[in-house]
Design a protein around this ligand. Structure first.
Ligand code: GDP
Ligand code: IMO
Ligand code: MG
Length: 424
């Protein structure tokens, strides 16, 4: 069995969507296992751009089963919009190629509102996507969440919704001076959405169990340093994004995942608040934002940009047990005279080589590389890359001690290079 997981090694937006679309040619089932529509995964093919928030990026391929696993939080309106948009452009989506776990938790309108209100009130802001992710996961662990199985059962949904509004409406009024939600209006609107989603809902564990001979590809969302535990807490998302959650978040039994791909950009970006040691403030920032189109696929916010941080990547490789590396957006560095990578940090003159408990107040120590001043997006093989680009990649590989197997050199589906073992 040849199962694969792919996760982001930075703070999200590493290009996971594009790579999943590429890798899924070799898979039967593509599974999202955590997060919700805070994710924005872009796939560009034949000049057409698709941004997936909930549906796995494998949906564009024929004969692939896409699964939304039990660890995902689902906003019904967003899901239905995504399905509708795909159908409009002729991509079939039916219960044959999309399965949704009956254990998924539902993002309700009160989750979205609380997410926004909390951000306004907090002193230590996280800069969330305001999609209701944190409040929904909070209800999950508080054991008052509404799951897909309840949602599609009108009686259970009414009971759970009433119970939630009884608890939440006074909080809206007292803590935020806001009006609460009226049961009837929420119930009537959401009952209709539930009817449309019902055909896709199933016992995913059972479904998987009967298909253990298939090849699974697990699509991570967010990035390692946004993980609720392994990330730069509290500036993180509310789910477990790391590779080890792929099984639990999918609802699968203990199967072997042989290939564990980690995706990193050739530089670093972050959306929202939190420490970022290699963050750039001046011209190079403008260059990366422009050249790399570094504006959020979900919220449109400009992404903070900085040099590649190898101390972080080394940590992410350990955390996820990555055995194959994918570097994306190498083309974006194409017009820079000098390129830097962080190889260690300094804190009050003390050198720090390993990932520290806190990333606050660190000064990056850089190794500098010559740029290659060339458009590489049409290069067709690793060996044809400019020498300076190869030097850059070889250094990354050596520092991290794992092979780079793919290099993405452009937005398009086909703009990707395979690097063979030992290829120079
Ligand atoms: P994800 O969340 O990890 O799937 O990444 P996003 O889709 O949010 O952000 C990645 C962005 O970079 C998207 O706009 C992609 O179209 C784009 N992209 C992906 N790979 C490359 C690449 O190799 N070169 C360039 N120039 N753009 C890329
Ligand atoms: P993909 O899958 C980049 C960030 C938000 C914020 C923090 C918490 O496209 O890589 P949340 O709404 O999850 O409570 O926000 O996490 N964030 C992302 N940043 N890419 C993402 O997803 C993200 N999902 C959440 O900006 O800092
Ligand atoms: Mg994204």
């Amino acid at each position: 069995m040849n199962n694969t997981v792919l996760v982001g090694l930075q703070w999200g937006d590493e290009g996971k969507g594009k790579i999943i679309d590429y890798l899924c040619r070799d898979a039967d089932v593509v599974v999202r296992f955590q997060g919700g529509n805070n994710a924005g995964h872009t796939v560009i093919t034949n000049q057409k751009k698709f941004v997936f928030h909930l549906i796995p990026s494998g949906i564009l391929h024929k004969n692939k089963i896409c699964v939304i696993g039990q660890g995902v939080v689902v906003d019904p309106e967003i899901l239905l919009k995504e399905i509708e948009n795909l159908k409009k452009v002729g991509i079939p989506v039916s219960k044959k190629n999309l399965k949704i776990s009956n254990f998924c938790h539902i993002i309700m309108p009160y989750h979205r509102i609380i997410d926004s209100l909390r951000e306004q009130k907090r002193v230590e802001k996280i800069g969330t996507t305001k999609r209701g992710i944190g409040p929904c996961y909070k209800d999950r662990v508080s054991r008052c969440g509404i799951r897909m199985g309840d949602f599609i059962d009108p009686k259970a949904f009414a009971f759970k919704l009433k119970d939630n509004l009884r608890e939440k409406n006074p909080i809206f009024k007292e803590a935020y001076g806001q009006k609460g939600f009226r049961f009837n209006s929420v119930y009537n609107k959401y009952k209709k959405l539930a009817k449309k989603i019902e055909p896709f809902v199933c016992d995913v564990t059972d479904y998987f169990y009967k298909r253990q001979d298939k090849k699974f590809l697990f699509e991570g969302a967010q990035g390692t340093f946004l993980d609720i535990d392994a990330g730069t807490y509290p500036f993180v998302t509310s789910s477990s994004v790391v590779a080890s959650n792929a099984l639990l978040g999918s609802g699968l039994a203990f199967i072997n995942i042989k290939k564990r791909f980690g995706v990193a950009k050739a530089y670093t970006t972050r959306v929202g608040e939190g420490p970022f040691p290699t963050e750039l403030k001046a011209e190079v920032l403008d260059y990366l934002q422009d050249e790399g189109g570094e504006f959020g696929a979900t919220t449109g916010r400009p992404r903070r940009c900085g040099w590649l941080d190898l101390v972080l990547l080394k940590r992410a490789i350990k955390v996820n047990s990555i055995n194959s590396l994918i570097i994306t957006k190498l083309d974006v560095l194409g017009n820079l005279g000098k390129i830097k990578v962080c190889i260690k940090y300094k804190k009050s003159e003390k050198i720090i080589k390993n990932f520290p408990y806190s990333l606050e107040n660190l000064k990056p120590v850089y190794k500098e590389f010559r740029g290659w001043n060339k458009d590489i997006s049409k290069v067709k093989s690793f060996s044809k890359l400019p020498k300076a680009a190869k030097t850059y990649l070889n250094f990354i590989e050596k520092y991290l001690g794992i092979p780079i197997n793919f290099i993405s050199v452009g937005k398009d589906r086909e703009e990707i290079l395979k690097k063979r073992k030992g290829e120079k």
